[in-house]
Design a protein around this ligand. Structure first.
Ligand SMILES: [Zn+2]
Length: 412
């Protein structure tokens, strides 16, 4: 039986969202947390973008060290030979890529303005797949941007050409969030049956159906005999109305009525890490978690009305579908209400030693403390807010990796 894999795209779709962004250290922490949760793959960034190169290289080093393992790290580029060449030049050790191109008539005409035909799009993609293979890419996904508005006959032809030339997955992008669960099921099942290749579901929430469409699309892929890869983001942060929320998607797959009896994750997701990753992403993006967010919202396990409170006190299953412990809630949290010493880009050694001492981190000598402090200052320059404990611990534990991923070199 085919299975469902989760590919989180917070570090690609999430960070390209208007008004929002993450520092390179924050992106790295997202990769670390996704790995702890057991997410199959992180789309960790843009290997053709110069300011990403040291961050991407540093994260690939963490993978080689066994720190970011078993998660797979994949880059996103346009399906063009020039982009493939540039990706392998800037990030030579990249092994997994998704290559993207628009496939709908709307976008081929509206974006390329007559410069490219549908056939040009296919040959561009095929050339890019072959170039990526030539550079030793271990896995290649091919993305059809605006797939939900693309003619099915062309989509089958496009995906079949990708497969023939060595691509491993086909990403069905509902770029505008136009599908509904009924249409995406039919489209993806048709593709799975006619192309015979694993299918990724990339769904957006413009009509409020990103999670529902992801499940329906996964069902379509599996009913068509193929593995399904669902794209998620932490807290659903992504272009416009966002993407399928990671925690909500994992909950929907495992807890919704009868779904998991037939459609299963390839490997369980450790949902007890949900609280931590959601809170971190909220802090890092500076976007509050909505009060009614599934699993991690302040009201997800709150009851006040008489009938509900009485019912849940007698038996939680009366009004709760799953327990708060399952999503990592219920632990008391220490909140400082008095004096606070924070990390900052202009911080000094005394305050820094105080912060690290609270976490029981000691240094071998003054030089080592000064070095870690210097790296923390640079991390603060990027983040523009105090670092959290896990970030400081990361810098202290992997100073050379931190040095690399904090390196920005704007001049050629
Ligand atoms: Zn997207």
């Amino acid at each position: 039986m085919a299975k469902i894999y989760l590919i989180d795209v917070t570090n690609r779709d999430g960070v390209q969202t208007a008004r929002l962004g993450l520092s390179k250290l924050e992106k790295t922490m997202i990769n670390m947390y996704l790995n702890e949760m057991g997410v199959f793959q992180s789309e960790f960034g843009f290997p053709t973008t110069r300011h990403e190169q040291y961050y991407l290289q540093a994260n690939l080093e963490l993978a080689a060290m066994g720190v970011l393992k078993p998660i797979r790290l994949a880059g996103w580029i346009r399906a063009m030979v020039a982009d493939v060449e540039r990706a392998f030049k800037l990030v030579p050790k990249i092994k997994h890529l998704n290559l993207s191109v628009s496939t709908s008539d709307q976008m081929i005409q509206g974006k390329f303005q007559g410069a490219r035909s549908r056939e040009d799009v296919v040959s561009m993609m095929v050339d890019a797949v072959e170039a990526a293979r030539g550079h030793g890419a271990e896995s290649i996904g091919v993305n059809a941007e605006d797939a939900s508005r693309t003619r099915m006959d062309f989509l089958v032809r496009f995906a079949s050409a990708a497969k023939e030339h060595g691509a491993d997955r086909f990403r069905y992008c509902d770029t505008l969030g136009y599908d509904n669960p009924f249409t995406i099921y039919e489209s993806v099942k048709t593709l799975a049956e006619n192309v015979g290749m694993a299918i990724e579901l990339h769904c957006h929430g413009d009509l409020g159906m990103a999670v529902a469409n992801s499940l329906a699309g996964a069902k379509g892929a599996i009913d068509g005999g193929q593995d399904a890869h669902i794209n998620t983001t932490v807290n659903g942060i992504g272009e416009r109305a966002g993407n399928a929320d990671l925690v909500a998607t994992a909950l929907a797959i495992t807890k919704s009525k009868a779904f998991a009896a037939k459609y299963q994750l390839e490997k369980p997701i450790n949902l007890t890490k949900a609280w931590k990753i959601s809170r971190f992403a909220s802090y890092a993006f500076e976007v509050p978690i909505p009060i009614n967010q599934p699993g991690v919202g302040a009201n997800a396990f709150a009851h006040s009305s008489g009938i509900h409170a009485d019912g849940v006190l007698k038996d939680p299953e009366n009004y709760e579908l799953y327990n708060f412990n399952e999503v990592g809630r219920g632990e008391p949290e220490l909140v400082e209400t008095g004096r606070a010493i924070c990390s900052g880009e202009y911080g000094g050694i005394s305050g820094f030693k105080h912060i690290m001492g609270k976490m029981a981190i000691t240094f071998d000598d003054a030089a080592q403390a000064e070095e870690v402090l210097e790296l923390a200052r640079y991390a603060n320059v990027e983040a523009q807010k105090p670092l959290i404990e896990d970030e400081l611990l990361f810098i202290a534990k992997y100073p050379e990796i931190a040095r690399k991923l904090l390196t920005l070199v704007p001049l050629e």
